[in-house]
Design a binder for this molecule. Structure first.
Ligand SMILES: N[C@@H](CCC(=O)N[C@@H](CS)C(=O)NCC(=O)O)C(=O)O
Length: 197
């Protein structure tokens, strides 16, 4: 099973993190992002969006880190990381949406501006970060893990761009519950890091 990957990508890291924690073997294929390898054949044929991560598992080709987490958890990790009961599953998916929307467009986008020079509205990214981080902080005051009473793919999806927030000038000093949650994830057996986390 191949993961087309970039080490500095938080979206790719979400997948590497789950695979490491759940013991799912991945063949990591490093993509030459600076050369635009993801915008040309054969990768653009696998993902017309021109983005990574991309997962290829036999005939199954998937783009989007959240979708890949769902696939890996459901196919290879039983119900540990993604339950089948409707309420539990939907509770996890709530956080996958938060990852792809509020977290990506807040702290994730702020990092894109500062670290990679993307021409985004930095003030807007900071406003979005200033809205979502206190919400996550308040949630974590009452819960050890985001979705359930154990780590799930919700934590794998949300943690990377929250932990990388300081690379976008968004500090976590005022968010002790978030910092403790990141530390809990780092203490899980099999945890792997990425630069900046
Ligand atoms: N919704 C996608 C977003 C993927 C994405 O934006 N990936 C970035 C790297 S982190 C990318 O490939 N961007 C293409 C580009 O900027 O050229 C996901 O969650 O995987």
């Amino acid at each position: 099973m191949k993961l087309y990957d970039l080490e500095l990508s938080g979206n790719c890291y979400k997948v590497r993190l789950l695979a490491a924690l759940a013991g799912i073997p991945l063949d990591i294929v490093a993509v030459d992002f600076m050369a635009g390898e993801h915008k040309k054949p054969p990768l653009i044929d696998l993902n017309p969006w021109g983005e990574i991560p991309i997962l290829v598992d036999g005939d199954v080709v998937l783009r989007d880190s959240q979708a890949i987490l769902v696939y890996l958890a459901a196919k290879y990790a039983g119900e540990t990381w993604l339950p089948k009961d409707p309420a539990g599953m939907a509770t996890v998916v709530q956080w996958l949406s938060t990852s792809a929307n509020e977290v990506q467009n807040g702290p994730g986008a702020a990092r894109l501006v500062d670290k990679f020079g993307f021409a985004l509205d930095k003030a807007d990214t900071l406003r979005r970060a200033a809205r979502i981080l206190p919400l996550i902080e308040a949630h974590l005051a009452r819960h050890a893990w985001l979705a359930l009473d154990r780590p799930t793919i919700a934590d794998c999806a949300v943690m990377p761009y929250v932990a990388l927030a300081p690379e976008g000038g968004v500090l976590l000093a005022d968010f002790p519950n978030i910092r403790q949650w990141i530390a809990r994830i780092k203490a899980l057996p099999g945890f792997v890091a990425m630069p900046g986390v």
